[in-house]
Write a protein that binds this ligand. Structure first.
Ligand SMILES: *[C@@H]1O[C@H](CO)[C@@H](O)[C@H](O)[C@H]1NC(C)=O
Ligand SMILES: *[C@@H]1O[C@H](CO)[C@@H](O)[C@H](O)[C@H]1NC(C)=O
Ligand SMILES: *[C@@H]1O[C@H](CO)[C@@H](O)[C@H](O)[C@H]1NC(C)=O
Ligand SMILES: *[C@@H]1O[C@H](CO)[C@@H](O)[C@H](O)[C@H]1NC(C)=O
Ligand SMILES: *[C@@H]1O[C@H](CO)[C@@H](O)[C@H](O)[C@H]1NC(C)=O
Length: 742
């Protein structure tokens, strides 16, 4: 018979699983393996260590240490490790080998402010609240932990990597910020006591008259508490004390703006799009109105087998198409309430199977790099970086493609796309798809392909809108890969204006409009890689390149313009494109099928997205899709949710916003719209201190409010706030607020 005490002990040891050591000194434990790639690793480094030794690693760009669990680790509470690195060079994410799913990426800088390359910092990742969003890792067959270098590569040390069975969350006030007219938004974790919370404004204590609590479904580890204050906010010093939280904010003098609903233009509902939404629920959560099947791999998409080849993006290897079958994709996208944009191949070859590749080592032994997962597939470059010559035989990995094949595919679709895009960034095919198009694309060749495929698309799908040429960037709006001799051969007319006028001529000849949308990709040009305070401020003000003729771009584009356009150092993107359209092919609409905030994981990227979506509406972009599908709980996803989430959305007609200060756009944006007699507004505070706005003509009364950002950096909302006389609407630092009349 087992004594009772022993039985109890037995229960405790079997029930309470121990922490699991993955790496302590010298080697991986318990069957863990490294599935990393392009990374030199010393598993027993002694230059920096806690204990006997540590892991020292150097990863090439986008390469990683990837620790693979023989089982799965999702039931653990979290992960603890010591790390020494330059935090801006590395990110962390979790992966499942079973279903290939992947967690949101965690910038290493979000784990701790103390992380540095010269000494170890111990960090804990709580699987119930992943930084920075606070969202849980969620259920899954998680079995890989990846420390991945960003584009500059990374040299780093790791030590004492351990899965934790429990993490004790200390009840705590995390942040308390004034917002709207008379609200204090308080973020908490665990159960805290509000009794001893005190608020004073300009030395006078303000009482709290009501507390409403909201627990965001996305981030249940953090709770938002809206404290209604007995008096309205006003300029001065507000102090909040609660538990160990002791914060104060200077509420600034009021900024004035007025809203004029009578001055109005329509906002296209199709500016709120993304590339490759991952699911129907994502479409609903973010309010995605249009979805694009696009990117480099779709150029080689073979619809008769659903094969593709990402070419230069991945060792010129064929694979099964990432989006599956195009017809099925269009079906589920449309069923989820989004329009569907289909990019159609317009080069002469598409992938022939899911396994072939263009540059086998067995044929070209002398190459710069080989796929870490397929040692025979090379990157098509000699070790010195120049292209393998002569170009490979396209038949090795591809089958011929032409308009006959494309027409057969499009006419046979059960589910019709709303938009047909003619290929993707075809002007740089010589570098993205060098194996099937080694020659630089000239003006004439590009036009010929666009006209030929547009005619075919209009025959195959008369109701689909045709968009082209999906130029990759500012540089290629104005010239071709051939270079300036090509401009010179076309009367020195820059490419896009030439293209528009030629499409007009071709449409006249064809007796019908062949181009419905001028499509471009727009990537902000400034170098923001430092991501320090100066880079963040630049990121937040560079949105002026979308509209402001007096904003000289803070990049090479502003100092060394290569185009022949008026005001060449200002990008002035949307009005410039509309003007080019009016001059060269009136009636064509404007589409931006790829753009990026430049920082999906950073709050400033989310605020840029809020600003850009507002500007797209104000300046009349017709269609826009983000590249690619931002994390729904990260800052960029939250920007979409702010405007459109779950069917509550920003209005469909602009209202004019007049600013009293001229340089407002560097630090904040205000967008207003109406629909069905209801005013909606988005205010984005791009500054690191609070904003106080007086918005005249804003009707008093109750508003539904949403917001994200601020000191706690999570999604929050509440059903109503009241905006009352004399207006002083506060928006905390680095925060975006959406208000709609209740
Ligand atoms: C609140 O403050 C009172 C008076 O200082 C103190 O007695 C009480 O313990 C405090 N309560 C909490 C929950 O901190
Ligand atoms: C608040 O109190 C401090 C210290 O007593 C004083 O210096 C300050 O002027 C007061 N501020 C206001 C706005 O009354
Ligand atoms: C607090 O505010 C909420 C939301 O406006 C309201 O539903 C609730 O009745 C209020 N509670 C009190 C005690 O006034
Ligand atoms: C690069 O290497 C290849 C193969 O060795 C050679 O043919 C080519 O001339 C080299 N190019 C340059 C620019 O050195
Ligand atoms: C496309 O290729 C097929 C097969 O070679 C050929 O029969 C067809 O005529 C071609 N279509 C065009 C438009 O060239």
């Amino acid at each position: 018979m087992i004594p009772l005490a022993a039985l109890v002990a037995l229960f405790i040891t079997t029930l309470a699983r121990a922490d699991e050591d993955i790496y302590i000194d010298g080697a991986l434990n318990g069957g863990w393996q490294n599935w990393g790639w392009n990374t030199d690793i010393n598993w027993a480094a002694t230059d920096l260590k806690v204990g006997d030794s540590s892991i020292s690693a150097t990863s090439q760009a986008w390469s990683a240490i990837s620790l693979k669990d023989p089982t799965t680790f999702g039931s653990y509470a979290g992960l603890k490790f010591d790390i020494a690195c330059n935090p801006s060079q590395l990110q962390l994410y979790f992966q499942s080998t079973t279903d290939n799913s992947q967690s949101a990426t965690i910038p290493i800088s979000a784990l701790s402010n103390a992380i540095n390359p010269n000494s170890f910092t111990t960090v804990v990742v709580d699987f119930n609240a992943l930084p920075p969003s606070g969202a849980p890792l969620g259920p899954g067959t998680w079995d890989r932990i990846n420390w991945q270098a960003l584009g500059d590569g990374a040299t780093y040390h790791l030590d004492n990597i351990r899965l934790l069975t429990s993490i004790i969350v200390k009840p705590e006030f995390l942040s308390a910020e004034p917002i709207a007219n008379n609200i204090l938004a308080v973020t908490t974790q665990g159960t805290v006591d509000f009794q001893n919370l005190t608020v004073s404004l300009n030395n006078a204590t303000i009482s709290v008259t009501n507390i409403t609590t909201f627990s965001p479904a996305d981030t249940p580890s953090r709770t938002i508490n809206y404290l209604k204050l007995a008096s309205n906010l006003q300029p001065g010093l507000i102090k909040v004390k609660a538990g160990s939280l002791d914060v104060s904010y200077t509420l600034p003098t009021v900024q004035y703006a007025s809203i004029v609903t009578a001055v109005s233009t329509p906002i296209s509902p199709l500016i709120y799009g993304v590339n490759w939404p991952p699911s129907a629920s994502y479409i609903q959560q973010l309010g995605v109105t249009i979805s694009r099947w696009g990117g480099n791999a779709v150029t080689a998409y073979n619809p008769f087998g659903d094969f593709t080849n990402a070419a230069n993006d991945w060792f010129f290897e064929n694979r099964k198409a990432d989006g599956g079958n195009a017809d099925s994709w269009i079906a589920w996208i449309k069923a989820a309430g989004s329009q569907a944009m289909m990019t159609i191949p317009a080069l002469d070859w598409v992938a022939k199977d899911a396994t072939s590749y263009s540059y086998p080592k067995s044929i070209y032994p002398n190459q710069q790099r080989f796929d870490p997962y397929n040692a025979d597939a090379g990157n098509g470059l000699y070790p010195n970086g120049s292209y393998i010559q002569p170009p490979p035989d396209p038949n090795r990995a591809y089958v011929p493609w032409n308009t006959t094949a494309a027409k057969k595919w499009l006419t046979g679709l059960t589910n019709k796309p709303d938009f047909v895009f003619i290929d993707n960034e075809i002007e740089i095919a010589h570098s993205t798809h060098q194996d099937i198009h080694p020659q630089p694309m000239s003006y004439d060749e590009e036009l010929d392909r666009m006209v030929t495929y547009a005619k075919m698309a209009k025959e195959a799908l008369p109701n689909a809108k045709v968009a082209a040429p999906s130029s990759c960037s500012w540089w290629f709006y104005w010239t071709s890969a051939v270079g300036y001799s090509d401009n010179a051969a076309h009367w020195n007319i820059d490419f896009l204006p030439w293209f528009l006028s030629q499409m007009k001529t071709a449409s006249t000849t064809a007796g019908k409009r062949l181009l419905d949308y001028l499509d471009i990709h727009y990537y902000f040009q400034p170098d923001l890689s430092a991501n320090d305070a100066a880079a963040k401020a630049l990121r937040l003000r560079m949105t002026r390149s979308l509209w402001d003729p007096s904003y000289v771009d803070e990049s090479w584009a502003g100092s060394n313009p290569q185009n022949h356009q008026p005001n060449p150092t200002a990008i002035w993107l949307i009005p410039r494109m509309k003007q080019l359209i009016d001059i060269n092919y009136p009636g064509t609409k404007l589409s931006i099928s790829e753009w990026s905030s430049t920082a999906d994981g950073d709050i400033t990227g989310g605020l840029v997205t809020v600003d850009v979506l507002g500007l797209f509406g104000r300046y009349g972009v017709d269609v826009a899709t983000y590249w690619s599908n931002p994390d729904s709980k990260g800052p960029v996803g939250l920007a979409y949710w702010l405007y459109r989430g779950f069917g509550t959305y920003f209005g469909s007609k602009t209202a004019q916003v007049n600013f009293a200060t001229s340089n407002a756009a560097n630090t904040y944006g205000i967008y207003a719209a109406t629909e069905g007699n209801k005013l909606s507004m988005v205010i984005v505070n791009k500054d690191t201190k609070p904003l106080g706005m007086d918005l005249s003509n804003v009707p008093h009364g109750n508003y539904f409010m949403r917001h994200f950002g601020g000191a706690a950096g999570v999604a929050k909302w509440q059903t109503t706030v009241s905006i009352t006389n004399r207006q002083y609407i506060v928006v905390p630092a680095y925060t975006a607020v959406f208000l709609i009349q209740a």
